[in-house]
Design a protein around this ligand. Sequence first.
Ligand code: NCD
Length: 307
Amino acid sequence: MSKSEIKNLIKITDLSKDEIDHLIEIADQIEANPKGFSEMCRHKKLATLFFEPSTRTRLSFTAAMMELGGDVLGFDDAGSSSATKGESVSDTVVMAGCYADIIAMRHPKEGAPVIASQKTTVPLINAGDGGHFHPTQTLTDLLTISRKKQLGNFTIGLCGDLMFGRTVHSLIEALLRYEGIKFILISPPELRLPKYVKDEMDEAGAEWTECEALEDAMPDLDILYMTRVQRERFFNEEDYVRLRDSYILTLDKLKTAKDDMIIMHPLPRVNEIAVEVDDDPRACYFYQALCGKHIRMALILYLLGLK
Ligand code: NCD
């Protein structure tokens, strides 16, 4: 592939709405007939370069490539890479492109994947950059919503750490392209959504409100998207300890929720959803993790030009 033909995924708006629909369609075909896809990436390699911890994202990328018949190489800890010797992220990524056909990269610094993508010779996927973006989690969320509800005409409550939660930022950007969505932003005052995302919502003419009490929003919600307070992005531990248990979803709190509301969470959860909620039919966060594998399979195929 020449440099101009390489398609990267750094932020969710790098994909058009039609491209997202296409990925959702492939993911649904994969779910219906996984065997039909099991040889498609034979002799292809995915490099997973994780400079920041991850469980689901890295495992689902790995599982996705394996189910496509391909191989995976990489590291899951910057400490075991040449970053400790002072190698730049760009150099690591260019080097990985010599060994792999596609790269998924996670980095604690906002913008690191954009810089890296200027040098790569193979498609680069941002698997999360600091408190910025997480486009493949958004694809996962869109696939989950499309399978459980429909993409449009619902009220979604985004609850928890809206300041540092990159999954929320990317999801909002994606949902702004669909019709009839009302956003309720539920957070403590200290963890409100950043202004640049609110500005994007205003520019798109989105309907949104902000509140602090989850109970106030609950009866109106079709989707409740819970998030973890992002400890690693706090400047001091005291603030984290004060805010970490701002929201704990329990069966009791769900009493006023709609029967067909769905509860989503990008995971990992800490305390924000009590384990008793897992058996409630509205809980779909583990199903969401499964959707993450299907959509990453679709994305790999698409960026490699195979679908
Ligand atoms: C999220 C992330 O890394 O931003 N996790 C994930 O990829 N599923 C959410 C989080 O860490 O809270």
